[in-house]
Design a protein around this ligand. Structure first.
Ligand code: COA
Length: 472
């Protein structure tokens, strides 16, 4: 345990496990059913498959399956877990927290009341709440409250949009469980630099009782960029004032972030975000002059630079020029280099799985570890930056450093093996599940060695009570 200024400083992610439902919709099938060009999904948005839940799965099952995996892999007993947080925006109840369902499921395996002293809550703030949960639990460990126990933070969601809506092509489902402690083998978070931004907004929200969100997609995309940029500016101030990063003339602090993981409602949003942040960060540096020369056009600005998001989106001339400028920037050698080096590997798994809301950022992180390691890169000591965004809206920017023991975890990573054999749904099957036309027991897969939902009570006295079993 490292102690500095009276605080325990090393805290972070020791291991990570994912649970992805094995049913999926193929992007090309989906596009042809909706009369879309498949290239819009595959190239435009970066989606090749979208994971879908079976009739007997819900976000609590996904979370419990991810927790069981990480506990079994690390031979942990419930006594080793001091806290279990579930971050989700697919809440099952207005009052009962999702971690309680997860503990109920885990106790079927580990014994009744075995998690009796494991504290925790469900956290909510659209897709950013997992990052807040990680931050709070990291600080619980740093403060010395953990008493040698681990924290489990699970991000779990089902990204479900209305049939025929523009969001329907950006669905997905899955959970990522992260084990935190004071001697992390994978990543130690940088202390005192985490930064946030927040603003009361309605870019994407799900009123009580509604199963699918109300989404203003283009508004949300732009708000995401603005909010992450604001959090990044605050992060930058902190890394410079704490001395975590020391800049020389003409350098950007992004030069010192080896990998960037962004929130990924669809994988190409990562590229859009990188372009936006690079533009913001490089614009005042000497290197920008050369890039502008290569692009062959000046950076456009809106008619009303102090206008609202609505006025900017309505400024058709600016939007078209800005789109063109971004495309030209992303084609430059300078951008391609930073994209390939810092971001591209994080987009591989999300392309195969789709949107996981709270879990998207962390599936990207997991993807980046696996595919960078496969390239033969020595990841020890590399700094990873995280750009987390949640609609409604808040962003969080933070960073961490890959630890010397990372290889013992990363060398075992294989996303395809971890998902297991997948089954492609026909569009008819997909629509029946999506529209809740099938009952719980009309499941398509057998769900062996997994938690599944077997009943949701409907009688008035017990309405909403959910019963799960572990399928031997
Ligand atoms: N071939 C290749 N690319 C194509 C294409 C084709 N035939 N048709 C469109 N595209 C590209 C577009 O150029 C665009 O890429 P670009 O922005 O890099 O230029 C991309 O595909 C998406 O097209 P667009 O017209 O912007 O899509 P849309 O307006 O139909 O919807 C979302 C996209 C993401 C806004 C929508 O799916 C949505 O609302 N999703 C849910 C909410 C969400 O994800 N919010 C994000 C913030 S958290």
């Amino acid at each position: 345990m490292r102690v500095k200024d009276g605080l325990l400083m090393a805290a972070g992610i020791d291991d990570i496990a994912v649970y992805i439902p094995r049913l999926f919709v193929d992007a090309a099938d989906f596009a042809s059913a909706r009369g879309l060009d498949p290239a819009k999904l595959q190239k435009g948005l970066g989606i090749s498959q979208m994971a879908m839940v079976d009739t007997n799965q819900d976000p609590a099952c996904l979370a419990a399956n991810a927790c069981l995996k990480i506990m079994q892999k690390n031979n942990l007993s419930p006594d080793d877990i001091g806290r279990l947080y579930v971050a989700t925006e697919s809440a099952l109840d207005e009052s009962k927290a999702m971690n309680s369902y997860v503990i109920g499921m885990l106790e079927q395996v580990y014994g009744s009341e075995s998690f009796e002293h494991c504290g925790g809550i469900e956290t909510k703030f659209a897709c950013v709440s997992g990052s807040y949960a990680l931050y709070d639990n990291t600080n619980w460990i740093r403060a010395g409250e953990a008493e040698n126990k681990h924290a489990l933070v699970v991000v779990s969601d089902i990204a479900k949009y209305d049939l025929g809506s523009s969001g329907e092509m950006t669905q997905g489902a899955g959970a990522v469980a992260m084990l935190l402690n004071d001697h992390p083998r994978l990543l130690a978070f940088d202390p005192k630099v985490t930064a946030t931004s927040i603003k009361d907004e309605y870019d994407f929200y799900r009123p009580i009782g509604k199963e699918t969100p109300i989404v203003h997609g283009q508004y949300s995309n732009l708000l995401y960029l603005i909010q992450v940029k604001k959090a990044l500016d605050a992060y930058k101030k902190k890394v410079l004032s704490t001395g975590l990063i020391k800049l020389k003339e003409g350098e950007s602090f992004l030069d010192y972030i080896d990998y960037l993981n962004m929130h990924l409602p669809y994988s190409n949003m990562g590229k859009k975000a990188l372009a936006y942040l690079v533009r913001h960060e490089w614009r005042t540096l000497p290197r920008w002059k050369k890039i502008i020369e290569k692009i062959g056009m000046e950076e456009p600005s809106p008619k009303d630079p102090r206008g609202t998001i609505e006025s900017i989106l309505a400024d058709a001339d600016f939007m078209a020029k800005d789109h063109q400028f971004t495309k030209l920037l992303t084609n430059t050698e300078e951008f391609q280099e930073i994209y390939e080096a810092k971001l591209a590997s994080s987009l591989i798994a999300p392309k195969m799985i789709g949107n996981l809301y709270t879990a998207s950022l962390y599936l990207g992180f997991r993807s980046s570890l696996e595919f960078e390691y496969q390239k033969g890169v020595d990841l020890a000591g590399k700094r990873i930056g995280f750009g987390s965004y949640g609609s409604g809206s808040s962003a969080m920017v933070f960073s961490g450093v890959i630890q010397p023991e990372y290889e013992s975890i990363v060398k075992e990573m294989n996303i395809e093996t971890e998902i297991g054999p997948r089954k492609k749904l026909s569009l008819e099957e997909y629509e029946s599940i999506h529209e809740n036309k099938l009952s719980l027991n009309q499941n398509i897969l057998d769900g062996k060695k997994e938690f599944v939902l077997v009943d949701v009570a409907t009688n008035p006295e017990f309405r909403g009570q959910r019963r799960y079993v572990f399928n031997e």
